[in-house]
Design a protein around this ligand. Structure first.
Ligand SMILES: Cc1cc2nc3c(=O)[nH]c(=O)nc-3n(C[C@H](O)[C@H](O)[C@H](O)COP(=O)(O)O)c2cc1C
Length: 192
């Protein structure tokens, strides 16, 4: 197997990370990888917001405030766990999407382009020996959270967080599904 496939097939999410986060050079590579995602119509829908160091745990407060404002406070154990987790995370990339304003390219295609960028960032982080984890916890879907991070309430969609840093522990290998359980073949119908 080539080194590329060793990296690609060896990726797994690593939630618990600590400093040091990516160097400037590594972050540049991660973000360049993001912008290699496919993008129908060259909409360029990617909007990323970097949250670093001491600002990272404040993301929990944003979610907590939004929960209270919505009348659905986040459960305290969830808040406590999020605080504990993010207190060590050196970098969060908030994922946003600005779909095609003309509507020519369907919105879901821009969301997929941001998802593809996120996947490239997860792979790039892994290739650099870093750990990364995509989360939509901490109130991501509550009104006001995306706006608090700087995403436009009307024209942009907030899609969650990528936490990136140095793995705290070596993660246990995960069992992956067999692709044969997820793949079928299509054949052209016989001519009438
Ligand atoms: C859009 C998206 C949102 C996610 N949000 C969460 C989350 O809030 N909490 C969580 O435990 N896992 C979440 N996950 C799953 C983890 O990021 C991760 O994929 C999962 O733990 C499986 O690990 P793996 O990537 O090694 O297969 C999310 C995944 C995606 C794609």
């Amino acid at each position: 197997m080539s080194a590329f496939f060793d990296v690609l097939l060896g990726r797994q999410s690593v939630k618990f990370v600590q400093a040091p986060g990516p160097t400037d050079e590594q972050l540049d590579l991660i973000l360049q990888a993001a912008l290699r995602a496919p993008d129908h119509g060259a909409v360029r829908p990617w909007r990323f917001v970097l949250v670093r160091g001491a600002d990272v745990p404040a993301l929990v407060d944003v979610g907590v405030r939004a929960g209270i404002a919505a009348g659905t406070p986040l459960p305290q154990p969830k808040v406590d766990n999020a605080r504990k987790w993010l207190s060590k995370v050196p970098l969060v990339i908030a994922l946003g999407c600005r779909p095609d304003p003309s509507g020519r390219i369907p919105e879901h295609e821009s969301l997929l382009a941001v998802g593809a960028a996120a996947m490239n960032m997860l792979n790039a982080a892994h290739a650099l020996g870093l750990g990364a984890f995509w989360s939509t916890g901490i109130g991501v879907y509550l009104d006001g959270v995306g706006e608090a991070l700087g995403f436009d309430a009307l024209d942009e969609r907030f899609m969650g967080y990528l936490a990136i840093g140095t793995p705290i522990d070596t993660p246990d290998p995960v069992q992956r599904p067999d692709w044969r359980d997820h793949v079928s073949e299509w054949h052209a119908p016989a001519p009438a």
